[in-house]
Write a protein that binds this ligand. Sequence first.
Ligand SMILES: CC(C)=CCC/C(C)=C/CC/C(C)=C/CC/C(C)=C/[C@@H]1[C@@H](COP(=O)(O)OP(=O)(O)O)[C@]1(C)CC/C=C(\C)CC/C=C(\C)CCC=C(C)C
Length: 605
Amino acid sequence: MAYEYAWVHVKFTIPLALLLSVVSYPILNRVHFFQVGSIVVVAFVATLPWDAYLIRRGVWTYPPDAVIGPCLLGVPAEELFFFVVQTYITSLVYILFSKPLLHVVYLQNQRNPPRWIKQAKLAGQLLLGALVLLGERLVRRGGSGTYLGLILVWAPVFALVTWTVAGRFILSLPWPATTLPILLPTVFLWLVDELALGRGTWSIESGTKLGLCLFGALDIEEATFFLVTNTLIVFGMATFDQYLAVIYAFPDLFPTTPRAPTPLMLVQSRLADPSTYDMERVDGIIDAVNWLERKSRSFYMASAAFSGRLRIDLILLYSFCRVADDLVDDHTSSEDEVCAWTSKLGRFLRLRYGQKDIPHDEIGTKDAVLPWPAEIDTYVNGNFPSFARPALKYLPTNLLPCGPLLSLLRGFEMDAKFDVSDQKGVTKFPIENEHALRRYAECVAGTVGELCVSLIIHHCEPDMDEDRMSKLKSAANTMGIALQYVNIARDVEVDAAVGRVYLPTTWLGFEGLTPEMVLKNPSRLAVERLRWLLLRKALELYSGARPAMQLLPSAARGPMIAAVETYMEIGRVMLERDAFQQNQGRATVPTARRLSTALRALVLC
Ligand SMILES: CC(C)=CCC/C(C)=C/CC/C(C)=C/CC/C(C)=C/[C@@H]1[C@@H](COP(=O)(O)OP(=O)(O)O)[C@]1(C)CC/C=C(\C)CC/C=C(\C)CCC=C(C)C
């Protein structure tokens, strides 16, 4: 059939490229476009002369009617398009598998890597070097080994370069993040190639190939070509991610990070001496990711939608909030012990902010982290357990107002009052009415919303006007309260098990209940009605704040909406009840529903 080669693209490669574009669109950002575009250009420039040479050597030929006609250096347009579409497909598959990863975490082996990484990197270099030498021998000998030899003197050279530059980083990544983006497109292209060879769309001249087939009509040389070129693409994408990770991880090396790091920054990242990396900061970020992964599926999944230094700072903020909450509120502390923790945290914050709240217009003037003076180091080491120290040290205080952080501690202090029995030995319940509930939620969650917005403004739109900033912070505060109401509604049983009742005492009274009765039986129908009342109030607050999320900078809008929506989904499934899944007393949202909620938020934001 005429134009057979073009039909191969129309039937196979273009549909897959379009499908991958649609699937990955919600998670792509400006950096990805720059990254994929760069890899495509490099692949095109590196492949064109090699391809032209093979055609001129007669290694492969095309029936005259199989190609449309336009050529560049004798390479048909369809072949040129193949360089682009293959690189595009493999790059998108790599992005889909690597987006959940925080690449900064995998810088940990840049200095003093484990023995197996050193050995594996050396083995890879030796293997690639041996392949180049083998290719040279095959080319020199000519004949049936020519095609394979020409592949091996070309692709492994580029692979050797990227492997030497990024081998440790690539080996540190979870193996599915690199092997699957290599194998899946390779198998797809093997099948396409098998069909094309079988139909005579293109053919490999018999005098230049070994005559061995991987399967069907797929020559071993063709199979090798797709395997090594997809390996090259993935190595190239991973190398790019390594440079980006260095830029995002070290504010002292890169004080500001534009939304798409410049080529100069990438070169500076490449030339940066790993001995200058603040590896203690990398360890602190790893620690924060572990806290997030361990403590909140909602925010852990949502964090993957963010990118760059904003993602790191949100995780560091989460880590501080989580550690502070766990330090203060471990459900067994007395009020004195709780207040001791909150006063230590308060003193830490005042030391960190230099005894005063940094005026807002000074916050975020630069990314370079505030110095960590010996005085604070001594105080933290002398007053906090080792597990808490990284969260305190790496809280991005240079980008955050101190006020909301101090209010967060006030909220934790309210938790402590649950554990206090008055003179008659009667446990007090501080959430006496709806006002106390709102005040508590505002302290522990409304403040967190404001802090998230501070980070978003700094990283995405530092010159935002005051009016819009004020609207965003007010809405974030309200949204935080909504999420906290969902949290309370979800955890009624869990909280009762540790002597906590966050449903207002006045609400309980309307149902003829007391907090003590709720502690005895938190699953009674009357409590269910109050849980529903709280969820409906959460949805009211959410509805009031949700429109303001459209004011968020575009780079963070989708991810932030995804974070909020996946959390609010907990409340929605509770209201639906049929999708409600009790799991050790806590409602959980089925992962598929959580994912679809996040994707819908990212697409429709
Ligand atoms: C994507 C990402 C990593 C975001 C980080 C968000 C963040 C810093 C969360 C900190 C939450 C936290 C541990 C606060 C301490 C007090 C507390 C426990 C609050 C409750 C959170 C639940 O956290 P948990 O770890 O228990 O999670 P699970 O329930 O186990 O899943 C709260 C429910 C409050 C959380 C409140 C927020 C995160 C603020 C929400 C507001 C925004 C995201 C701003 C939205 C912006 C606009 C303009 C409306």
